[in-house]
Design a protein. Structure first.
Ligand code: B4P
Length: 183
């Protein structure tokens, strides 16, 4: 399985990706987690990413694409992967198509998480990460609508939309069921 999870900030992509990667036996690749690990280790990449993340903006594509290209060349991604938080705009989606195309591969599906905006804000304020302040959340939501939503048009019939309101177990069940009927 080669999957992409798409959804607004706070939709629970990271939460579901952790469970789904275990159930499906493919590595969970989160660009947000990769950036946060780099920030924690004070690497040059982390220093570059931090200012964008703190402002609720996307980290520049060239940095993000290279990081993903490297990660996808690791051995554990050869049999499949679950990408969480990437691609986040059409240009990243085109780069991903290119990376996979070089290996004669395609995505299996793109899972879209549907959650009302009031719930997203509630979840993020409760989480309280350093980029979960009200102003930054507002900016991240705007960036999602402007830059990320268009990738759903790019992927068209690969998109499986699931209702991501409910318990973590219910949502995992819906995602697995949707993937089963998509195949
Ligand atoms: P990400 O790390 O991708 O985070 P996110 O979109 O905010 O959260 P996610 O949807 O994963 O929600 P989570 O499971 O944590 O992005 C952070 C930043 O990194 C971006 O703003 C950007 O700057 C940068 N970045 C990342 N990828 C990039 C890219 N490709 N290009 C450029 N920049 C990039 O869940 C949220 C909360 O809800 C948690 O507290 C969780 O416990 C809770 N929750 C989850 N499921 C729930 C449920 N069913 N019910 C109630 N609460 C739930």
């Amino acid at each position: 399985m080669r999957l992409v999870l798409v959804g607004p900030p706070g939709a629970g992509k990271g939460t579901q990706a952790a469970v789904l990667s275990e159930k499906l036996g493919v590595p969970h690749i989160s660009t947000g987690d990769l950036f946060r690990a780099n920030i924690g280790n004070s690497t040059p990449l982390g220093q570059k990413a931090k200012s964008y993340m703190d402002a609720g903006e996307l980290v520049p594509d060239e940095v993000t694409n290279e990081m993903v290209r490297d990660r996808l060349s690791d051995e554990d991604a050869a049999q499949g992967f679950l990408l969480d938080g990437y691609p986040r705009n059409t240009s990243q989606a085109e780069v991903l198509t290119g990376i996979l195309g070089e290996k004669h591969l395609e995505l299996t599906a793109v899972v879209q998480f549907d959650v009302p905006e009031e719930e997203l804000v509630k979840r993020m304020l409760a989480r309280g990460r350093s980029d979960d302040t009200e102003d930054v959340i507002r900016r991240r939501l705007a960036v999602y609508h402007e830059e990320t939503e268009p990738i759903l048009g790019y992927y068209q019939d690969k998109v499986i939309k699931i209702d991501a309101l409910g318990s973590i177990e219910e949502i995992t069940g819906r995602a697995l069921e949707a993937l089963r009927s998509h195949q």
